[in-house]
Each structure stands twice: as structure tokens, then as C-alpha cells.
Design a protein. Structure first.
Lengths: 322, 348, 348, 322
């Protein structure tokens, strides 16, 4: 990446994620994307900064809310849309749906639907990298609820004793479905401290400045690359829409409008745009142009879905075994 | 006044919570805004959040916690919004709950009822749609109940809660909106749950859970075709009582098992077939047919599930095959195969 | 030179580790002083402790780690000293390993072989003796292999390791000391594993794993009684190929299934019975018999296990029943029912 | 308990456990106690001090190495022997064996054979105590390997958010079967610190002076009784015999004789005897008499096994369901 180019790239990625997710949200209600879909609107900074901080041959693996991570690792957006629509052209041939994404070429190895289920798989990949003396790392995305599943602790323990090159990115958005963190975990628990006392290296980073976040993550990744060891990074963030689906949900009463608005006011995409202008990295006009470019591409990717044909069950009947 | 399956569950929970001050209910989503598909409505308001509580995402520990509560003083109802999540808890289920009474010499039993919801359609896919009743039935020490109609849901949930043993209570998500006219209160001490839903001469159709609803919806078509059949709904899968089935078979000598929510190998369907096969007193006139899901995980896509799931056509065809004659039937071409009813708009 | 089952396993592991530099073996106890009942002898010494490693007591995570390694570049063999411990890993087995290839559109497969040891006798009791092959067979995406003789153990372990899919490889602990004269190397690409061990006219006996050894030990007695029987050992339980059985049944028209290491309900035995029952081409002359463990957890006490486990007498009696005639046989009254051989002194 | 009486009681309990276990070890090789049996010789101080620190109506629950905890909670020794022999008169009717002990009257609620399996059960009992407003606590015994199973973390988390009256006693004997802690968990992990950062109250106590240990545990228990909250106590200890069975095992090479001897030199039963004499709580003679008394009782309990009859499978065939 050319010097300073990363500013533009991060912004572009944030925007790409936002507009892709918006596109899905807007069209979900036509009832053609028929699968449980967890959107990342509001959480783009984490995905963008962490995705760009990885090298092409680094691997990432994610959980149910994974569109952003898939895109940030270079995942093909057409194939994402096709997956949601259930077409054979989807990244998982339509078999997996929104919660089971994969882009082998881009080394986005998988996202899975059971809370914490992909964690040990990521750790296993890291063991394999080490065995093969590859100088790559594995980035494992998790939500805050992942710390409630025992397998997180088992996996981290193994990664520590084997000194594996894994970076956990924990997107703490305070909620698991409708339940606030304080009702699920000890009130004054600090994730990064907990990670430390488990024996990993814990960090607490912030999403508010995605460029800074990128640099911090990049530094950590290089450290891990040089001296393989599990690092755990908590980043507080917030989802704007409902847990699963395309709607606002403050009417349900489990969280307040004012909480939501506080986060919206600090929207990281706005921040990035303003920052680029302020620092004279891009002009307002250039940004607008970029926005339109991104939008056009997404619109065209989405429109291309119309040309896809309904697949048949027999196309995948032989896929259970290889 | 009509009552839905979900309301019947809710009613049973309210009554049992009231009846037994020690009963506790818990689960992930139990107090969510929709109240666990409506089944736990007003429970927390009525009985407080110590007896009706939300849990962390810790399926294995919470199952053990349930065992602990119930061997001490508090029988409980644990619930999971998808059966698939419960796979994390097999150690506590099989090594603790199922064996506790036996392995400690009969001194403590585990009165826990575990409600598991089975998903279908709207892209539930490979990890949100599994139905593992045959796993549970394989394990000595567990009971397994899978009602299909509100009355049975109500009565069987009550008897499951009062049962001093662990009971796996499996609800197909698509049953929640199914209605019956009213609730008939049965003796709640027994796990009843096998009954004749239609009486006839030429064929015995056995089904459970959602499959029963599917057969019920074909009643008129079968009647119009002069198909005279016994329809047996079997809601208690473990212990499995096949008396009604066997008596029916002595008459009809023809058997169709419709088990549209299970994979075929080592399934409840296979078990029933094998028990019939082993019985000297039963001689069938034709080989039986077992309809089940293909031995393939559930795909997500709307397009694939259409042929993955068992269609009514397939059931009609199987009946034709056993009876060796053609049937006339109209299939509702407007019916969408991946939702339980027209109002359902996903995602769960 | 005679070779034991445990040595056959060891030989297969050595050869495959040598053949494929990417293959990894791990498990709790893999490098213990006894080397996993002798099956992993010299493995670490030969291939180093990165490819042959001990694990923390974390069954679920380690299964996921195996999935991760094997979808990346390293196929692996994971092992558990008791199948019972593996209950903690059902999420990773069923929701990950079994479905991965399918749910990600066929792009990555999971070449993992999972060795599970089944305990028996010497007070293994309710939580150290379970054998859940029917659970695994129920899950699409898994293969299940249960050899009974060293040759099959050797060849099937090799083919399992080379299989690009997850294979559950179940070894009964009591087989480890069983000997065969020498190893015949078969084509290791296929999961072979159904074979005729005795040929006759009047009866088909089907068995697998330890049950096969039990039937083999009765060979002389059956011969002396002029019992002419086909004995079929079925080592690959999933996918289940019943051609050999069905052909045999067309001849003998009588079936005894001996499955002495499984509970009866929704078992492999039930599955086989149901498949035979469904087949139009097979008409038996007598109702079949299925011998299995009672539907009760394993007790610990020496005194209880005597009648809990299936005795030879019970097998003889079942044959008498099917053949409708009396047999003469001597039971070794000095045989101790809770050890595999006289040298065995527990505890595992 | 009368003042100072606890000294004698602790000593007696230590001795009772040691002699019971010795009795089993000596007779195990006659091959009549046919079940996997994990002895606590070397670890008696922990059981004795913690058992006596509990009230009658407190509950304890344990793992595979549980004879000592069973005895320390008042469990019937005859029934323990009978259980090992597989008699119907055993505490679990012979169905469970050494790894499944219970004494309902004495509120020893269970020990189970799967690592960490009894932990959530203990936590559930604690929830039940709280619901019933009982002023009792649950003591959950675990080994060092328990921290490798995820369910430990899940259970502790739940106990913390519900403020439950549980005390974990972790007997860290450095080994899990033949594997040293350092090969299974991070090298510089301190259990009590880890417990703290999970949100519990962590302690590290020592077994070397069982009387002091008793007082410390007593204090903690009373604290928990007053303000229910999970406490986690690590006590380093050491088993003298093999992991499972009655033999010495240093010949196997996974641990050294010198390590074993170091612990034997600091044997806590010797310490207690010397301490009682030194502090003039008991004379040498009184101690000897007590020893003989204990031995006589154990011998007679053990001899009574001869009078028991072989039970039949049909006696327990109906026990699967209640
Ligand atoms: C084992 C398991 N239990 C329950 C669920 C239901 N579930 C789906 S998403 C979710 C919330 C997870 O919260 P978090 O990890 O914080 O991720 P977020 O949705 O907030 O991004 C839950 C509980 C599940 N998928 N898997
Ligand atoms: C889930 C599970 N995995 C493996 C085992 C085998 N196993 C029996 S005892 C034991 C060691 C446990 O070590 P620790 O908790 O330190 O207790 P200790 O034996 O040292 O007292 C193991 C691994 C088991 N019983 N359960
Ligand atoms: Mg969250
Ligand atoms: Mg230990």
C-alpha cells in the first residue's frame, strides 16, 4: 500500500461495508433473501481496520455477524449477495446462507452460526500455519457473548501453550440478542485484563478513529507474526439495527434510543470522511465521487442477481461427502 | 375458544409454576421481547426473575446447573431456541442427567424438562434445523416427548414437568401457531401421548410432531379418494409404546411411517420398523414404507429446501404405492414450502 | 508373525505418518507411559512432538482444532481414551466437522479421523463404557468404522486417514490384545469392511466389533452342533452396505444380529433390521432376533455386569430359538466376565 | 466443636482418610475391588481441613478423586468399602463405584468421573440454596485439570452473576494423569489471580499446616455464608501413589523420586502429629491411642465386607428411571 493510501482504503472499505449492508437491509423485506441475517451497520470500523491490517495470506474466520469481515478480507460481494438469495453462485453455493460465508482464495476461511464455534477452528488453522512454518497469522472475530462459552477458554489456553499466531478481535457491542452484557457477565469485567490473566496478551482499542485503530492493529499483527503468541483485542462498538434482520428495534425496549443515538452521533464513517478532509488527504468532492463509485458497484453487483437462475436440490445432493 | 400450541405451552407453564412453588424456568431468550415465541409470556411478571431467568450463552454449564437445582429442591424447565445449540450440552445431558438416578443407586432423581425447538424453513440451514430425537431415545435414563397438537402439548408438558425423570420435550417451531378448539385436561401424572386421529381399514399411517399435522391436512383428500386408514400420532417416543400401532397393523396389514423431520439412519422410524419386524404376531401384506428426510444436512437456500423437505406429493405417492392404486389430489400451488403459514416472515 | 489389534493400529499410524508428512496425531494420553494402550508406541520418537502431541483436557476445543488443522493443510488423527469423554465435543463434531464440506459449498473437506475407545469391565461403569456408534451414524457427513480384527483395523485405519471426510473410528478396548497371524495389505483408498467369516446355509449371523470376536469364539461349538451359518462381520457402519447380508438372507432366510455393545433403541441393529424389513426382495422364514445390551446404563459392580452384559449362553439360546432345535455347548465356567483375558488387571 | 477440639478432629480425620486409603491400596491387588480407583494419599490435609470447615447442612460435591472428600464430609466408610467391592450395601448400591460416591444424609451430594462434570451441578445446588433462602454453602472440589474444561468458566461466570454461595477448592497436585501442569496450562498462570480476573474472589492457601488451613477456610466459608459470592481457593498438594490404582509409579519416569520425596518429607499428617505434641494439645501416647482406635474401626469396617452377599443385576434393573 502506498504511503497514506491506507486512509483512502479504510474509508472505502467502511463505506463498502455500510452500503452493502444497507442494500441488504433495504431489500430484505422483499422476502427474497430468506435466511437469518445479522448486519454489521455501526460496526464497520472494526472490520475495515482489522481486515486491512491483515496480509493477503493471513487468514480470518468469523461468527454469525460476518458480512463485514468477509468483505474486509476481500470477499466477493456478488457471491455474498448470491449466497443470501440462495443461488448456486453464492460463496457457499447457497447451502450455507448469511451465517456460513467463505472465500478460500481471499483466505476468509469461514464464518459459522453457533456462538464460539469457529474459535477452535481458527486456533487449529494457526497450529497448522506454525507446523508449516508459514509466517502468517489467523484473525478470529468473536462477539462479546463468545466469552460465555467454555470453548473460548479451552481454545485460548491451547493457543497459549502452543504459542500460536492468533489475534482475537472481540467486537463488544454490549448485547447478545436482547440481553445486555451486565446481565450475562460480571459487571466490572475487563476483557483485556481477563485475557491477560488467562495468559494471552490483552488489549483494549477504540473504534472512534479507524485510522489509528488500523495502525495499532497492524503493529500488533506484526508482533504476532514475528513472535507467534495469542493476542486478544477488545473493541467496543455498536450495532444500529436489530440483532437479526433489517429493522430498527428500539421500540422493543431492551435498549434506549438515546444510547443508540449517542453511538450514531459518533458514527465512524462520518468521522473518517471528516478526518480525510480535515487532514487534506481527500477533498469533499473526491470523497463524494468515491462514495458514488462504491455505490454504483454495489448496485450493479446486486442487480446482477436478477440474471441468476433458481438452482436445484440435486445440484448439491452429492456435497455431503467429498 | 381456540388455543394455539404456543399458548398451550404457556398455559401449562403458568399452571405448573403456580402449582409447584419450587419449579424454576430458565433459558437463553426466555425473557426476550417476544417471550420465546410467545411460550413464556407473563411468566417472569408473575413469578419473578429468580424463578424465570435469562442465562448466559453457556449451554453445557446451564444444563449442569439444571441438574443441580433439580437434585436439590428445584425441579426445572430449561429451554433452547434451537435444538442445535444443545449439542454443546451432551456431557451434562448424557453423563449427568440421564444417569444420575441410576448411578447413585436411586437416591436422587433429576426432575428436569428440557424444551428444544426445532427450526425449519426461512434459511435455518444446516445448524438451525436439526432434530435429534433418535439420539435422545437411544440414551437410557431419558424420556422423549414430541407432541403435535395443542392439547397434547399442554398435557404432556405438564406430565413431563411432574415426571421425576429428565424429559426431552421437543417442539417443532412450525407447530407454535397450530390451533385446537379447546384444551381438555388430562391426568397429568402420566406421559400419555399415543392416539388414533383417524380410523380405517386399509392402511396404518404413523406420524409424530409436524408430520402429524401434514397428514391431518391431507384428511379430506384421502377421504375423497376413499382411503380408509388408521392415523396414529405418537407423541411419546421414549418410552415407546407400540400397542396401538400393532393392534392397528393386525387389522390393516399395511404400514406407512411419516417422519418428515428426521434423517433416516438409526432414526425413530427405523426403530419402530425394527420393533414391528421383530414381533411374531404381526405379518404385513406389503413391505412398509418409511418417509424421512434425506441423509443430508439441511441446506439454507429456499430453492434447495423445496426438494430437501418432504412434499405432500411424496406422501400421496407412497400411499399410492402401498395401496397399489392411483389417487386424485390437488396440491396447493400457492403454498410456500419454507414458511409454516402466510404470516410468517422469518427469520426464526 | 502374529500381530495384535493394538499393534496393527500402531503399524497403520506409523505408515501413514511416514507417508504423509502433513498428518498430525493428538489426544489426551497419546504420549503417556503406556502409549495409549500401546497403539501410539514410538510415534512421538519418530515424528516429533509437534506432529504427535498431548492435549489439555479440552475435548470440544481440541475437536475444533482438528477441524481447523485439517481444513488447512494438516489432516489429523484425534484420539480419546474413552468415547464417553467425547460427549463434550458434539458441537464441533456435528455442527462443524460433519457439515463443513457441505455447508461451505464443497470447497473444504475435513480429513479427520477420530479414534474412540470403548471401555468394558473392571468397573468402567456408567461413564466409561458407552458406545455411541448409532449417534454418529445418524449424522449425515460422518463415516463410522468399527473393526473387529487386526487386519481390518490396519486397513480401515489407513483408509480412514486417507478419506477426505471425517471418520469416527471406534475401537473396543477388549480388541486390543486380539491377534491375527499376519497383516494382509489391502487397497487403502476404500473403506472396505464387510466380510464373510463363515459360510453356511441355515442362518445368517451378523455382528461387528467385539460381538464378532464372541461369535468367532463359538465357531467350534456351532460346528459340533452342525449349525451351518453365514457369519458376516460388518466393520463399516456408515455408509452401511448391506448387499452381503441381503444376499445371505436370500439363501438362509433367517437372521440373528448380535450387537453386544450397544443399547437397543435407535441402534445400528434396529437400522439394519429396518433396512431388511423395507426390502421387497427379502422374505424371512422366521422373525429375526436382535441381541443387544439392555436399555440401562452400565453398572459398575462386578456382580451386576455379569448379567448386564450379553452372555454366550444368551447367544446360543437365540440360535436355538431361530433354528428351533436344542444345541449342546459347554460354557467355560472359569471365564471371568469382566476382563478380556486372564492377564488383564484393570483399571482401564 | 469445643475450643481446641478441632485440632484433634482434624488430625483424626487426616488419619482416617490415610488409613482408609491405605487399606484400599493394600487390598486392591486382591482384585476384588474391581473399579478404577483414585486415591488421595498425600492430599488428606485439604480434605480434612475443608471438610471440617463446612457445617452439617453445607453441601459438598467432588470429582474422580473423592474418597477423602466423602469421608471428610462424614460419609459412611463401610458404605465406601462396599461401593468399591460392588455390593448392594455400597453408598451408590454398587452401581457407581469409586468415582460415583454419595451420602445424602451427610450432604455429600456426589462425585463424578468426567473431568469438571460436577462443577455446574454444584453451582446449580447453590442456586437452589439461594432460592430457598438457606444459609448454606456449596463446596466444589476440583483438580487442576478442571481449569482446562470450558464448563468451569461457564459455571463460575454464572455463579458470579447470580452471587451464589460456592467455594471452589482446587487441589492442585500438578499432574493430570501423567502430564505436568506446565504442559497443559500457561507456565506462569496463578489460579487465584485467574479466578479474580474472572470476577470471583481468588485465594491461594497452603496445606502444610492443616490447622491454619482449617481456620482460613472457616473464615472464608463464613464470609460466603454472610455475603454469598463465589470464592476460589487453590491449594497445592501432591499425590503419593499412581494416578489410578494402588501402586508407586515413579518408575514410569513422568515424575521424579526426588520430587515425590520432597513432599513426603513434609507429610501433613506427620506435621499435625508433631504439632499437637509440640503445642501440648495431645501427648504422643494419646495420639498413638487415637491412631489405633481409628485403625481398629477401619479394620472392622473392612472386615464386615466379608459378610456381604453378591447382589444380582435384577436388584438394580429398575433404577434407570424413578
Ligand atoms: C451456542 C449458541 N447458543 C445460542 C445461539 C443463539 N444466538 C445467536 S446470535 C447470539 C448472540 C451472540 O452475541 P454476540 O456474541 O455478542 O454477537 P452479536 O450478535 O452481538 O454480534 C445468540 C445467543 C447460538 N447461535 N449458538
Ligand atoms: C472429560 C474427561 N476427559 C478425560 C478424562 C480422563 N481423566 C481421568 S482423571 C484425569 C486427570 C484429571 O486431573 P486433575 O483434575 O488434576 O485431577 P487429579 O487426578 O490430579 O486429582 C483425566 C484427564 C476424564 N475423566 N474426563
Ligand atoms: Mg454482542
Ligand atoms: Mg491434578
Amino acid at each position: 500500500m502506498k504511503k497514506n493510501n491506507f486512509y483512502k482504503e479504510i474509508y472505502r472499505l467502511q463505506k463498502t461495508i455500510r452500503l452493502t449492508e444497507n442494500k441488504i437491509a433495504k431489500n430484505y423485506k422483499k422476502y427474497k433473501m430468506r435466511c437469518p441475517t445479522h448486519l454489521s451497520i455501526g460496526q464497520e470500523a472494526v472490520a475495515a481496520a482489522s481486515g486491512l491490517a491483515l496480509k493477503n495470506n493471513d487468514i480470518s474466520i468469523s461468527y454469525h455477524r460476518s458480512h463485514a469481515h468477509y468483505i474486509a478480507k476481500g470477499g466477493n460481494i456478488k457471491k455474498l449477495f448470491a449466497e443470501l438469495f440462495g443461488f448456486k453462485e453464492g460463496c457457499s453455493k447457497g447451502v450455507g446462507g448469511s451465517m456460513h460465508l467463505i472465500d478460500v482464495k481471499k483466505k476468509f476461511y469461514a464464518s459459522t452460526a453457533i456462538v464460539s464455534n469457529s474459535i477452535p477452528v481458527g486456533v487449529g488453522i494457526a497450529y497448522s500455519l506454525k507446523l508449516n512454518k508459514q509466517k502468517n497469522i489467523v484473525c478470529i472475530y468473536i462477539g462479546d457473548a463468545s466469552l460465555e462459552e467454555g470453548v473460548f477458554y479451552e481454545s485460548l489456553n491451547f493457543a497459549i501453550i502452543k504459542k500460536l499466531p492468533v489475534v482475537f478481535i472481540c467486537e463488544n457491542n454490549f448485547y447478545s440478542v436482547y440481553t445486555h452484557l451486565k446481565d450475562r457477565q460480571p459487571k466490572d469485567r475487563e476483557f483485556y485484563k481477563l485475557a491477560n490473566s488467562l495468559g494471552a496478551k490483552g488489549y483494549r482499542l477504540r473504534q472512534n478513529n479507524p485510522f489509528k485503530l488500523f495502525k495499532e492493529l497492524k503493529k500488533i499483527n506484526e508482533k504476532v507474526r514475528k513472535n507467534p503468541f495469542p493476542h486478544f483485542i477488545e473493541i467496543k462498538t455498536y450495532r444500529y439495527l436489530e440483532h437479526c434482520g433489517p429493522n430498527d428495534d428500539t421500540n422493543l425496549g431492551y435498549r434506549t434510543n438515546s444510547e443508540l443515538n449517542k453511538w450514531k452521533k459518533n458514527d465512524t464513517i462520518n468521522f473518517s470522511a471528516n478526518y480525510l478532509v480535515k487532514k487534506k488527504i481527500m477533498t469533499k468532492e473526491k470523497i463524494l465521487k468515491l462514495d458514488q463509485e462504491v455505490k454504483k458497484q454495489i448496485d450493479s453487483d446486486f442487480d446482477s442477481m436478477k440474471r441468476l437462475r433458481s438452482p436445484k436440490f440435486k445440484d448439491i445432493m452429492k456435497l455431503t461427502y467429498r | 375458544m381456540a388455543i394455539t400450541f404456543a399458548q398451550a405451552i404457556n398455559k401449562a407453564l403458568h399452571e405448573e409454576m403456580k402449582r409447584n412453588k419450587n419449579l424454576v424456568c430458565f433459558g437463553l431468550g426466555i425473557n426476550d421481547p417476544l417471550r420465546f415465541f410467545g411460550t413464556t409470556k407473563n411468566l417472569k411478571e408473575k413469578f419473578g426473575d429468580e424463578r424465570v431467568f435469562e442465562t448466559p450463552t453457556s449451554e453445557n454449564a446451564m444444563t449442569g446447573v439444571g441438574v443441580g437445582m433439580s437434585i436439590h429442591k428445584n425441579p426445572c424447565v430449561m429451554m433452547h431456541q434451537r435444538l442445535d445449540f444443545f449439542l454443546l450440552a451432551m456431557d451434562q445431558l448424557v453423563n449427568s442427567a440421564a444417569k444420575w438416578h441410576y448411578m447413585f443407586g436411586g437416591q436422587k432423581s433429576v426432575p428436569i424438562t428440557i424444551r428444544l425447538i426445532v427450526g425449519k424453513g426461512w434459511g435455518q440451514g444446516p445448524t438451525h434445523s436439526q432434530s435429534l430425537q433418535s439420539w435422545f431415545a437411544h440414551i437410557p435414563g431419558l424420556k422423549v416427548v414430541m407432541p403435535s397438537l395443542p392439547n397434547d402439548a399442554y398435557n404432556l408438558l405438564k406430565s413431563s414437568i411432574r415426571d421425576p425423570n429428565p424429559v426431552i420435550f421437543i417442539e417443532h417451531r412450525w407447530l407454535h401457531e397450530i390451533e385446537e378448539k379447546k384444551i381438555l385436561i388430562k391426568d397429568s401424572k402420566k406421559n400419555i401421548g399415543t392416539k388414533l386421529l383417524n380410523k380405517g381399514r386399509d392402511l396404518t399411517i404413523l406420524s409424530y410432531s409436524l408430520s402429524t399435522i401434514e397428514i391431518l391436512s391431507m384428511k379430506k383428500a384421502l377421504f375423497d379418494n376413499n382411503v380408509s386408514y388408521d392415523h396414529i400420532d405418537i407423541a411419546t417416543l421414549k418410552p415407546l409404546n407400540l400397542n396401538l400401532l400393532k393392534n392397528s397393523l393386525k387389522k390393516t396389514k399395511k404400514l406407512l411411517i411419516v417422519d418428515t423431520i428426521s434423517h433416516p439412519i438409526c432414526s425413530i422410524g427405523s426403530e419402530i420398523l425394527s420393533q414391528v419386524f421383530l414381533d411374531k404376531k404381526i405379518k404385513l401384506k406389503k413391505n412398509p414404507i418409511l418417509i424421512s428426510l434425506p441423509d443430508i444436512p439441511t441446506p439454507t437456500s429456499f430453492f434447495y429446501t423445496k426438494d430437501f423437505y418432504v412434499s405432500k406429493k411424496k406422501i400421496f405417492n407412497s400411499i399410492e404405492k402401498i395401496l397399489e392404486r392411483k389417487l386424485r389430489y390437488n396440491l396447493d400451488l400457492n403454498e410456500i414450502h419454507d414458511v409454516p403459514n402466510k404470516n410468517f416472515k422469518g427469520p426464526f
